[in-house]
Design a protein around this ligand. Sequence first.
Ligand code: NAD
Length: 300
Amino acid sequence: MSKSGAKIGVIGLGNMGGPMAQNLIKAGHVLKVFDLSADAIKRATDAGAEAVATASDVARGVDVVVTMLPAGAHVRSVYLGDEGLLAVADKGTLFIDSSTIDVTSARDVIGQAETHGMRMVDAPVSGGVGGASAGTLTFMVGGAQAAFDAAKPYLDVMGQNIFHAGGAGNGQVAKVCNNMLLGISMIGTCEAFVLAEKLGLDGQTLFDIASTASGQCWSMTSYCPVPGPVPASPANRDYAAGFTAGMMLKDLRLAQEAAQGAKAATPLGAEAASLYSLMEASGNDQIDFSGIIKLLRGTL
Ligand code: NAD
């Protein structure tokens, strides 16, 4: 079903929300936007959006609101309270929160949205700024089937792969589980390459063997942490991000918070969070997350 020409509010026009808003405009939707940053607003108005003075103003008289904010505290502050989105929007408004946030906040805000007679999904993404610009993001969506069905035409404009992961918060669950596995597998891959180097086996040879053997994983075959075997990987440009170590740390911390709440044993996830916190403590959180190989080599 085409949803061309809907009135959409977007709050959070940063590295991800900015290009996502532009893709909604390109698809023919009419956008009202708000951000705390004047520069971010200007980029959106230059692309054809209408700027309004507050987050609440975005929600008035629109069909859909998309939020793309840094963390759970920002999402709570924008949605909840007397002047929050849920208090001021028309009944039946569809909310799509694409921020990566803690599972508890996602479930709480969606629960409150439903109490207010609204439809809402959590829809965190993977694919980074490149995917946001190209409209090829992967969306991991949690929420009621009817809310997912209503959100899907808009997500299709901003993304390529749209998964319904189950009820409220399950998008965030999918995201933190995937990224915890990614962090662990990247550290394991880095350890193997450092050990091989020290034992006199060059990286290309290890890659040729392990990428077709049982050690094969995405961190090696698509994002190899040593220069050479995968020309597009950040290792070939001195670990310029890509996906920063700081973003990986954020997601690993969210995974730990969720694991503690669920009493799930995630010892390797905890260790991965500790190692990435050393990247942060040493001022290296803005390099690519595969740059953790430098920490393991002792060359940070
Ligand atoms: P960003 O910091 O570039 O953008 C966030 C924007 O939100 C900023 O423009 C900020 O001014 C605005 N903002 C903060 N509080 C606000 C408020 N109360 N009202 C209105 N605007 C407010 O962050 P980003 O890189 O766009 O990431 C957004 C979300 O997407 C995060 O949850 C992040 O974890 C997730 N994410 C990012 C990437 C990536 O590669 N950057 C990839 C996947 C997921």
